[in-house]
Write a protein that binds this ligand. Sequence first.
Ligand SMILES: [Zn+2]
Length: 448
Amino acid sequence: MKKNKIIYLQIDGLSYSILKKALEDGYMPHLKKYLEIKNVNILKKRTVLPSSTVIFQAKLFYGLSENILGYRWYIKKKDKLISASFGDLMFELEGQIQMKKHGKFTRGVVFDSIFSGGSSNVSSLSMSANAKSEISIKKSLKKILEYSFVNKPALALNVIKHIFIETKEDFFGWLTINPKYRVKIKPILILARSFGTGILPHYSISKIFDEIRKETHPIYWNWEGYDMVAHRFGNKNKLTFNELKLMDGYITKLLIMANRKGYVVKLFSDHGQTYSKIFQRLNKKRLEDILSEHLNLNKKLIAEFPDIYYSEDKNPKARIIILDGGPTSLIYFRDFKHRLSENEINKIYPGLIQRLISVNGIGMVAVKKNNKKISYFGREKNPLHKYLLSSYEIKKLEKWAKMKNQADIILFGDFDGKEVVCFEDQISTHAGLGGIQMERFEVVFYPY
Ligand SMILES: [Zn+2]
């Protein structure tokens, strides 16, 4: 029997309930109609723990996510910062995974992804090549323009049009945001939006059409632009819904063409996003300030990396490294080459855990109790409770908290049942616990 050809279409960061709302409110009329014609249901699923694309992709491509803590982490023994923003680090990490397992995509093509899945035909425009790195964004843009002008002049025009339209829309959209939530615009991020949502998807889709014609199998594409916009404007904002509207026609066209060519198409998201309160605004302080005060340590000796721009030499003398990942923050004490236990932390930094629990916006603190157990602390007796995890998820969380290279102290943003506290400048967020960041959707279309 001939095996079905498969296309994996991932919409990064789209919660199940937000997709439902987009369909109901008329933002995705083409997809809505196609779903009706095919008579298929959208499944509501839970995501990986914590809700991170890097972990999700490793699981999807290799069936494992060991040693991957999220978007960024630190290896004490090697004194090395790891970030998914850097393609070379992810390449190295993937190489280690490949020593154990073959990727799912050795025969296929992979677009706009952190990992290659073993494919040798990877669109070079990986996650690390977009918004997160200024050099790559310029390089990639140049590559897209070159490709477009030579092969697809219509696409080239589209690209240029988008730079103008989205940049303008972006600026006015930003002005309409409640100042309480307004995130400072970095010039590069203006380009990032037009790149990630207006340009890159058009380029990738155009290439995917070519691959479908060649009947390549399997094909994977991650439309990460949605996630980027949702982070910046929030997943309740009209601008963010408009991104779905913008892509609705293209995605549906892709589904129709894939169907005609006999492909099974899996349309899904990796995780959702939860609306957030920004930690810094709640406290008028960063985490580094709080640590510096409590430990009576010069702020220069603490390096907090709240955003995507950091390099290893930014603060080589820092004795404490804080790596923020949305509603999760990892604190590493660089003076110790091993992971400190609860007892050690209490001895070396008396009162620190209690101090952190008392800070507005910190919902839970997790530290290593011993080699087998993790201790969770919060203002409540059982701080895990408010995140509404299943017992299976609590086990998964525990496993993650015990991973190699895990931080000395793990902080989780507080969750009030609706909004989660975020350590980065993001209006809606993920990579932690609480709310619809933990849901994802999945729908499978069979050909006929
Ligand atoms: Zn994200």
